[in-house]
Design a protein around this ligand. Structure first.
Ligand code: SF4
Length: 355
């Protein structure tokens, strides 16, 4: 990994935080991991106190404030973990968490209590063998999702060995890898790494985590192209973040930029109830209004599903907005009323007057 900024003092020295914030930022850094790669640090406008890249990676004293309802394990990984490294929440898929460190530490991370250099770095060989045996013994597991931490900080050699260990498990048909590395450290995404990711022989997808269009620099785009050109389709996930991408223009630009890179927007996550992240969360009605702003005004290719991970480990659910309601009683109450992208309502099936 390229040499990253990993401390409050380094943030101040790099002009990314004012000297008077040092003591407060040291308190934050003592609690939650800090890392900012040169690629992302180079995108930050140091003269803009509201820079959307800085807001995602430079710690904020507000992280020390506990918000209402926040949880150490907001999406309930622990409640669904039958053995170390595995989270089995849905019937046909599991998470395989190979590593607990990342190239960058996002200030809103839902696993912020679990990731960081103070945690165990990678699954031991024995724990990995147990996790693979768990997968191998359950024929209902169709998909294995490598997540973390960020699996793409591992070497091509290590990733190849995991992929080859998955290869003989016939009922696993799909491997999916969630990562920030193509935007955080694009040079790490080499052709040998791409070949290693394909070495299970199974359908392999990479899901890029990106939240602002500026993250998709020419070198990040080239890194994604290396994966796609190697035969790895890409999807994206973004987190809706106050002051980062909570306006229709930024969100549209992000989704369009992703599609221009041949990456299909997959999820827009409502911010999880991770500790110390209230200052970065929007409300659900704000998120629904933003999704309405995308719908119909931006190509269907650019539409992610707006989802909430239900606290406690109950999984993701789409959270609208909804365009379909039962027809109102004044129109006879039969069928549905559906709203178009301009906000006009229509009966379905159409009545003579509405056709
Ligand atoms: S890269 Fe993912 S796991 Fe790592 S800090 Fe960011 S959101 Fe969390």
């Amino acid at each position: 990994m390229p040499r990253a900024i990993r401390s409050a003092a380094a943030l101040v020295a790099g002009g990314l935080a004012p000297p008077e914030a040092l003591a407060a930022l040291e308190q934050v850094a003592a609690r939650y991991a800090v890392s900012l790669t040169p690629d992302l640090a180079g995108l930050i406008d140091r003269s803009d106190p509201r820079d959307p890249i800085a807001r995602q990676f430079v710690p904020d004293p507000a992280e020390l404030e506990a918000g209402s309802g926040e949880l150490a394990d907001p999406i309930g990984d622990d409640a669904n973990s039958p053995c170390e490294g595995i989270v089995h929440r849905y019937p046909d898929r599991v998470l395989l968490k190979l590593v607990h460190v990342c190239a960058v530490y996002c200030r809103f991370c839902f696993r912020r209590e679990m990731v960081g250099p103070g945690r165990r770095r990678t699954l031991s060989q024995a724990a990995l063998a147990t996790a693979l045996a768990y997968i191998g013994a359950r024929r209902e597991i169709w998909e294995v999702i490598l997540t973390g931490g960020d699996p793409l900080i591992l070497s091509a050699r290590r990733l190849r060995s995991v992929m080859r260990a998955l290869a003989p498990i016939d009922h696993v048909k799909v491997v999916r890898i969630h990562t920030r590395v193509p935007v955080a450290a694009p040079a790490q995404v080499t052709r040998p790494l791409a070949r290693a990711l394909r070495s299970s022989g199974k359908a392999t997808y990479v899901v890029l985590h990106a939240n602002h269009p500026r993250e998709l620099t020419p070198v990040a785009r080239a890194a994604c192209a290396r994966l796609i050109d190697a035969g790895i389709p890409m999807l994206s996930q973004s987190v809706l973040l106050r002051g980062v991408n909570d306006d229709a223009a930024t969100l549209s630009d992000l989704m369009r930029a992703l599609v221009e890179c041949r990456i299909k927007p997959y999820y827009l996550h409502h911010g999880d109830l991770a500790p110390g992240t209230a200052h970065l969360r929007t409300t659900i009605p704000q998120g629904q209004a933003l999704m309405r702003a995308l719908q119909g005004h931006v190509s269907g290719l650019c539409q992610p599903a707006y989802v909430l991970d239900i606290p406690g480990g109950h999984g993701k659910s789409p959270i609208g907005p909804t365009y379909l309601r039962p027809a109102p009683a004044v129109s006879g109450g039969e069928g549905f009323e559906i709203e178009d992208f301009k906000g006009r309502r229509h009966l379905y099936p159409p009545r003579a007057a509405d056709e």
